[in-house]
Ligand binder design. Structure first.
Ligand SMILES: Cc1cc2nc3c(=O)[nH]c(=O)nc-3n(C[C@H](O)[C@H](O)[C@H](O)COP(=O)(O)OP(=O)(O)OC[C@H]3O[C@@H](n4cnc5c(N)ncnc54)[C@H](O)[C@@H]3O)c2cc1C
Length: 530
């Protein structure tokens, strides 16, 4: 049985020592997250993930989801109960606005909890992940009535969300989509068409499923600029919010697939289903991007999550499995052989994975803090700087963390030798589960196009310049600035011979501690304190 221990201490070190989260307490929700509360939340999330969700991961893989003749879908044994525990614990809405029943805590905390959840079971973590993306889209683009109708129930976890973009002939190129929307006299629309590969499209864990569907209104221009976003609930809510009539949307089949068996990947048939406009007609892709950007960061986190759990198991196995002797002589003389962790090649693989996981987690936490500034700061400049950071790093996090995260699952499998290839130890499941993250939410080649084609040149390269300046910010400025730009970021072994190359000035305690000093990692932050 695979093991998992949530890296709570690593996260606390990152948030308190590296990013000094206390300096963000001018942002709404941050002052509520005192160090004690933060630790208590993370330890409770760890308990839920380690004790409730993780034991379901193998069962979920073996049983998978089942579709029945009436179109209903059952999730594997234990999933429904675990999801109830997740919802009852208020985890869906820890960062959602209090006026809709959320706890208003930093989104950074949700991002971290989502890592724990996806390490415990990536298939399970997708159900709340998609719901949180749909909540974000409705929050940003929905009408006040839509917010009142959908958000409290979704934040409570009684209703879940989905994202319906893909059609049989259209995946990357969403401008080709054909799902049709016809306006009705009462302002609603009739939605008809087929969506495929819809994660969590049908299941038995929630009372209702809120589909966000991209479709084309009759007469709309061709291409992506003719797409519109709709909310299409599985069961239509009555005026008082209670569940009403069944809508004309149904799961036609579920896919048999390589991994994440416990997440239902559905063909969804819309047969004149009632839908309601979100945002404006023909601007659907803008609204959908709110959800997609959330989802892209979430998918990057999945890459880190599978990498972490695969690493933890490989490290434990490497300490246990006895094969061969250390090159420097026997380490366990009383045993027939040394544990494989003594071998340099095994150490190389373990250290590669661990270094990646720790660095990736820091990158994710830093970017999640920028998301909080983007959504919560009252300072326009700070918000813009944080938004630039998010835009620039979203494709990087999505592609790099999923690409290397998958490579790490293969490395962890390698450490098990043949025992990693058979199902017994669960390593091959991590490989199978982790593979999809490189494909969905924009295949990784598309992330590269987004970074190079859009994000780097955007606004004359403003985001990139700010990002590079942030790295250079640790160097002395003014007189030395010109030279410093041509020097390596960290003084190397030849620095002393470099003819007086500018050295990084030691950072004095307190110097970077707040309003008076420059922030170490986020120059924009001091501005956001207002
Ligand atoms: C398990 C699973 C769950 C999913 N969940 C959802 C979901 O919840 N909602 C949803 O809407 N969709 C979902 N998808 C769909 C997923 O997002 C798409 O599969 C993905 O976006 C790629 O689309 P495609 O499969 O049609 O590939 P294609 O678009 O046909 O692309 C095939 C290959 O060509 C490359 N390519 C395409 N166009 C270009 C270009 N212009 N330049 C360079 N390379 C290009 C792609 O990068 C890719 O490598 C899911 C898919 C799977 C398998």
């Amino acid at each position: 049985m695979p093991i998992y221990k949530a890296p709570v201490d690593d996260v606390l070190f990152l948030l308190t020592d590296v990013f000094q989260i206390g300096r963000y307490d001018n942002l709404p929700g941050f002052s509520d997250a005192s160090p004690d509360l933060l630790e208590a939340i993370l330890r409770e999330a760890a308990r839920l993930c380690e004790e409730v969700v993780q034991p379901l991961n193998r069962i979920g893989d073996k049983e998978g989801c089942k579709r029945h003749d009436d179109g209903s879908v059952t999730t594997p044994k234990g999933f429904k109960e675990a999801f109830k525990q997740y919802s009852d614990g208020g985890w869906m809405g820890i960062s959602a606005p209090p006026e809709f029943g959320g706890q208003g805590l930093p989104e950074t905390i949700t991002t971290i909890v989502n890592e724990f959840l996806c390490s415990a079971s990536m298939a399970f973590g997708m159900y709340p992940g998609l719901t949180q993306g749909a909540i974000a889209a409705i929050l940003t683009h929905g009408t006040p009535e839509q917010k009142q109708t959908y958000l409290p129930k979704m934040i409570e976890g009684r209703w879940t969300g989905t994202m319906n973009l893909t059609e049989p002939h259209c995946g990357t190129d969403l401008g080709l989509l054909r799902t049709k929307a016809v306006k009705q006299g009462d302002g609603s629309y009739k939605i008809s068409g087929t969506k495929i590969f819809i994660s969590a499209g049908e299941h038995d864990m929630a009372e209702n499923i809120v589909h966000l569907v991209l479709a084309r209104v009759e007469g709309a221009p061709a291409g992506i600029k003719g797409t519109t976003l709709f909310v299409v609930p599985k069961i239509l809510p009555n005026a008082d919010g209670a569940l009403g009539a069944r809508n004309a949307v149904a799961c036609g089949s579920i896919e048999e697939k390589m991994g994440i068996h416990a997440n239902s990947t559905c063909v969804m048939n819309y047969d004149g289903a009632t839908g309601f406009l979100i945002g404006e007609e023909n601007r659907g892709i803008n609204a959908m991007f709110t959800m997609m950007n959330e989802a892209r960061l979430g998918v990057g986190v999945q890459g880190l999550a599978v990498s972490e759990v695969a690493y933890q198991n490989a490290a434990a196995y490497a300490k246990d499995r006895l094969q061969g002797r250390a090159l420097t002589g026997a380490k366990f003389k009383d045993k027939a052989a040394d544990p494989i962790i003594v071998h340099p090649d095994v150490r190389r693989m373990l250290m590669t994975m661990r270094a990646f996981n720790e660095g990736a987690r820091a990158l994710v936490a830093w970017t999640a803090l920028q998301a909080d500034i983007t959504h919560r700061s009252g300072d326009d400049k700070a918000r813009q700087a944080a938004d630039d950071h998010m835009g620039l790093l979203t494709p990087v996090i999505k592609a790099m963390l999923t690409e290397q995260g998958f490579a790490n699952t293969v490395m962890a499998q390698q450490i098990y030798g043949g025992h990693g290839y058979i199902a017994e130890h669960g390593m091959e499941q991590f490989v199978r589960d982790g593979r999809i993250a490189m494909i969905y939410e924009g295949a990784n080649g598309i992330q590269a196009l987004d970074l190079v084609g859009r994000k780097l040149p955007k606004d004359g390269g403003r985001a990139l310049q700010a990002f590079l300046a942030e790295g250079a910010g640790r160097w002395p400025r003014r007189g030395h600035e010109r030279q410093a730009r041509h020097r390596p970021l960290l003084p190397g072994p030849h620095a002393a011979r470099d003819g007086g190359a500018p050295r990084a000035r030691p950072i004095r305690r307190g110097e970077h501690d707040g309003v008076a000093g420059r922030s170490i990692l986020t120059p924009s932050f001091t501005e956001s304190r207002g």
